[in-house]
Design a protein around this ligand. Sequence first.
Ligand code: DGJ
Length: 745
Amino acid sequence: MGIVVNQAKDTFHLYNEEISYIIGILPNRQLGQLYFGKHIHIQEDYSYFLEMPVRPMSSCVFDTDKKFSMEYIRQEYPVFGTTDYRMPAVEVFQENGSRISDFCFCGYRIEEGKPKLPGLPATYVEEENEAQTLIMELADNVSGMSLELLYTIFSKGGIIARSVRFANKGEQDLHLTSAMSLSLDLPDREYDWIQFSGAWARERYPKERRLEQGIQSVGSMRGNSSHNHNPYVILKRPFTDEFQGEAIGFSLIYSGNFLAQAEVDTFDTTRVLLGIHPFGFDWKLAPGEEFQTPEAVMVYTDQGLNHLSQTYHRLYQKRLARGYWRDRERPILINNWEATYFDFTEEKLVEIARKAKESGVELFVLDDGWFGARSSEHAGLGDWVANPERLENGIKGLSERIEDLGMKFGLWFEPEMVNQDSDLYRKHPDWIIRTPDRKASHGRFQYVLDFSRKEVVDEIYNMMEKILSESKVSYIKWDMNRSITECYSSVLPAQRQGEVYHRYILGVYDLYERLTSRFPKILFESCASGGGRFDPGMLYYAPQCWTSDDSDAVERIKIQYGTSYGYPISSMGTHVSMTPNHQVNRRTPLHTRANVAYFGTFGYELDLNALTREEQEEVKKQITFMKQYGHLFQFGTFYRLKSPFKNNVSAWMVVSEDKKEAVVGWYRVLNGINLPCERLRLQGLDASMAYEINGDGPAHYGDELMYAGLVTTDVSSGQADKPEELSQDFESRLYILKAVKGGRQ
Ligand code: DGJ
């Protein structure tokens, strides 16, 4: 890894064994993008990357020349209107009404490691020589705005982390109306764009299309990153698949409004922009003030989509997630939401916990409904004190009873919300986000607290701190069940209303930071009606996230498969729930529900007392299995093998670091008759190790399993009288591979 600066040629080459990223200073002193891709040699001169054919219709920068136009030059952080007509990375509104700026290079620094981003989640380093950061200093002399482009290259992986710092060094008030975290101009458009989109309960389905001239984009203007689109997109070459070929990932470490966009211009170059959504964004910088954008992480690979995902998995698991739980196995939990909804008493909860304990569950989580006047969606949010009518001994008493059973206790909060029917709202009706003189829309009968205000965050912190410090709480589920409407803060002046969405998220991060510092051993699980804020920003504070409110196993195969493109399975909350399933009414076998949930942070979302004795015995076995293999699921390398979006049968697997163990999950949605023979080519094994499968039969070498494939043919598929457990809809199998003694044969 290194950063080579060639001052004679004005180029900067960031590289490691996998990638090169080359920046050049252009003749007009703006920054040009010369190359990003597979590692190439360090050369004296890369100026040939700066192609400047004469374009008859272009506007030109220099009075004496007909060639130099920003319209077709690939840039690092482009502005609009100084001969470039594409969407810019930045726009500065000045006192004279102008939006034109010209950011010219004025210096650079190289720092070892990686600077922290104040108030924002970001990747980090822990060891020496893990990363280096190039900071490019640019200034627009007319407006007085300065900016620094930060580029961090890590010693391992095709990763470049980027962000931008702005400082108003002039004498007038400036407004940032667009400040993207990343802009990348690529020399062609031979890419497929993949976005991860959907809706509540069917989040992060990969959607793919060929790039075309014009703009293609996804984003959120809801205040949260959203169920609808994820702040992560991939550009891949048309022939790239899971196992080979070039791809670039673009991921934003942010939980609020975002835009991810690719613009293909007239000359078939592609500009990717990623950052805070410019719609409604207007950040005022008075003289002397600064602004830091969120961080964006680009990953390049030439080894296919699995490799791209694995690079993100490692980075986000080890250098984004933090704290006590980062490297510890997560507890197997039971959550009472789908077991009771709002209908519970302390005794009922203890009954659920006792049965769960008998089966081996380690953590009992009390969900919504324990506080204030909360007995339905209509009341109580904002009053974070236990409801004595339901919990006569309070959270303190209940948590002690659960601990006495030998389990840990976890608690649900929705810190950012308030119901009108609550003491908090009655005391502070002006604390919600709403526009003066206009109706405030509700979502699930609740309103969003104005987390851009410190006193609001302080009050919620104090309530939470009190209950957490007097009770035995080991886990928090932090929910968020509606998006923002009528965005406005009653304490900010008119010219700062465009800051509210971002200030809100900074308030959320502030509360997370305070709580995780005060209670470093509490495990946080984020949630936003399931997957409405499954983004890298949240993972910095909460290493796991409730993946979706859809707990049906068949639905979850797709949701978890799609989520795995950008996020490690150790970040996905995955639970076994009741049948018929509460979202889709489907009846799936208990083993299939577990076989899907093992590939995540495993738990149960039901009352085990409601199961038959046989099912209860099966659950005990599932928990014993998960305790044995939890480490492998959490820390192993995850591979997607066969997509549920294209096939009736899908599969994935996880392999241990030493490659001596692996678990393959195989899932078939609908049963068939007289089916073709089937093999599944495995990945990531050691070709020369022999593996026993499910503890019996002859061992197979890794090369057999990877190149010839694991035989998964359903031998009963032509039998009319086949046993039901061998032949039904929603069937699944696990194949557990273990290297035979001695490893290699
Ligand atoms: C939405 C969450 O995703 C559910 O798991 C549950 O916590 C409910 N909210 C409670 O209101």
